[in-house]
Design a protein around this ligand. Structure first.
Ligand SMILES: [Zn+2]
Ligand SMILES: [Zn+2]
Length: 301
């Protein structure tokens, strides 16, 4: 399985257009890598690709990665798209893919995410022919995966509901399916990727899924719960935005310490000190033998 990090930032990217925080300023000045909004592309054969989330930066992400370029006058090697939730930075790229013509996408999300997304007229065409927007059954064991779970791509997927809320524009409702993580496996189940870029806690089911994966991309949005407040960026805590912070007591790093899986933090907000390689936060990430995703990172499982 080939895994490409299309983008590694939370909503807004790094730099964010209206932000002059330390990380955005450093990225703008070329002193630190720029980051687009998060998403992965996954393929079993390098020919047909599955997107895990589709950010508003998808057009530049496609251009930056030749295997996603069209191979004929009109077409795309992208076969399917999975959505973890209905946040705009995760599904806003659908609006960019609207010129798909006769190409049909298989889109998958929880039922609630499909309902929230298709309440917006820009996304309705993806629930109608030639496309199909399928409901990911929640928490069905991988072994029982139906034919529909194999996204025309020699890969089996399983959606796992994780602690979280619907987006701010939907009122941050805490309901099942508001946020899911995806396990993506080769059909022989030998290699397993977990994609969990958003969660407000690591419950026992998510912990078990991370533990049984070979590589887990996990929510690295905020390092401390109050960093947006401390930097005078937004009067909101990590929890109020539906994220568990990485550092500190009860943080994701502490929860996952010693789990044995290769852990890659992704979906980093521009306020996050983990973006500065010289910070104490970055040092803690390295000392825990965990990693930080970057745009263009590629893994072979
Ligand atoms: Zn996001
Ligand atoms: Zn910033």
């Amino acid at each position: 399985m080939i895994v490409r990090v299309l983008g590694s930032a939370a909503g807004g990217g790094v730099p964010q257009w209206n932000c002059a925080c330390d990380n955005c300023s450093a990225a703008r000045a070329g002193r630190r890598a720029q980051r687009t909004q998060s998403g992965l592309a996954v393929s079993a054969d390098g020919k047909r690709w599955l997107l895990l989330n589709c950010s508003p930066d998808i057009a530049s992400q496609i251009e930056a990665f030749a295997p996603l370029h069209p191979g004929k006058p009109r077409g795309t090697p992208i076969a399917g798209i999975l959505f973890t939730d209905a946040n705009v930075d995760h599904l806003g790229g659908l609006a960019t893919l609207r010129q798909s013509g006769e190409h049909h996408f298989i889109v998958r999300s929880s039922a609630i995410v499909r309902a929230i997304a298709t309440a917006q007229s820009a996304y309705v065409p993806f629930s109608q022919p030639p496309h199909r927007w399928l409901e990911s059954p929640l928490d069905v064991p991988c072994e029982a995966a139906s034919e529909d779970d194999i996204v025309g791509n020699q890969l089996a997927v399983r959606a796992l509901s994780v602690p979280g809320t619907t987006p701010g524009y939907d009122g941050r409702r805490r309901i099942p399916g508001a946020v899911v993580a995806y396990e993506v496996s080769d059909l022989d189940r030998k290699n397993r990727l977990l994609f969990a870029p958003v969660f407000s806690g690591v419950d026992s089911a998510l912990y078990a899924a991370i533990a049984s994966a070979h590589v887990a991309f996990v929510d690295g949005t905020f390092y401390t719960t109050d960093e947006l407040v401390a930097q005078h960026l937004l009067p909101k805590s990590a929890e109020s935005l539906g994220h568990q912070s990485v550092g500190g007591e009860g943080g994701t790093l502490e929860r996952l310490r010693g789990i044995g899986t290769r852990i890659v933090f992704t979906h980093l907000n521009n306020s996050n000190p983990m973006l500065d390689p010289s910070s104490a936060a970055s040092q803690e990430i390295r000392e825990a033998a965990t990693e930080i995703a970057y745009d263009g990172m590629e893994l072979l499982l």
